[in-house]
Unconditional design. Structure first.
Length: 201
């Protein structure tokens, strides 16, 4: 009798262990299937731009493409950047009335006034070179160049002023330059009229 009970208990314990093992296997399979389904769902979901950009696989792909394409594309990118910079410098030079090489000297808020002073100075030099015998032109050139030197100093000084004061200074300098320009045009047009025998007004 005792022998039967012990064998039935042993058989019962074995069958319980089998059931427990099967249950663990089923749980493991279900867990793995759940993880797999989660990964598939994550892949299927649209990540959006930020999700795509921050994805490690995207970063690795971008790095590998950059390693391959970088040396090929770099010279063209540099050439395009240099061309764009040259074009912008040419446009600014035309706006300021200076050569493209001189554009760097006339950057910032005081640049246009400085370029205008330089342009007037070269025009006055040209006028005095062509009319060395005319005392009126020589006197105008001396006075105008001295005034332009003072205005150039004022423009350079205004670069370190607060914006409101700088605007006021540049406005005053602009008015003075307008007057010098008008006088210069009188001499240029007047000298042409004199050369053609017309009376100067």
């Amino acid at each position: 009798m005792f022998g039967r009970k012990s064998t039935s208990r042993k058989g019962l314990a074995r069958s319980e262990k089998k059931v427990a093992r099967k249950a663990r296997r089923v749980e493991g399979k279900a867990g793995r299937a759940g993880k797999k389904a989660g990964r598939k769902a994550a892949k299927a979901e649209p990540k959006g731009v930020i999700g795509t950009l921050t994805d490690p696989r995207t970063a690795k792909r971008a790095l590998s493409v950059a390693k391959i394409a970088g040396p090929v594309v770099a010279p063209y990118a540099l050439k395009a950047a240099t061309g764009a910079r040259g074009f912008l410098d040419d446009r600014r030079a035309m706006k300021l009335g200076v050569t493209a090489d001189e554009v760097a000297a006339y950057r910032g808020p005081t640049g246009p006034a400085g370029a205008r002073i330089a342009g007037l100075r070269s025009s006055i030099d040209e006028l005095s070179r062509r009319h060395t015998a005319d005392l009126q032109v020589v006197r105008f050139a001396d006075v105008a160049k001295a005034r332009l030197a003072d205005l150039g100093t004022a423009v350079q000084t205004s670069a370190s002023m607060p914006p409101a004061r700088r605007r006021g200074t540049l406005s005053a300098v602009g008015k003075e330059l307008n007057q010098i320009e008008a006088d210069l045009m009188t001499y240029l047009v007047g000298s042409r009229n004199q050369g053609s025998g017309r009376a100067v007004i």
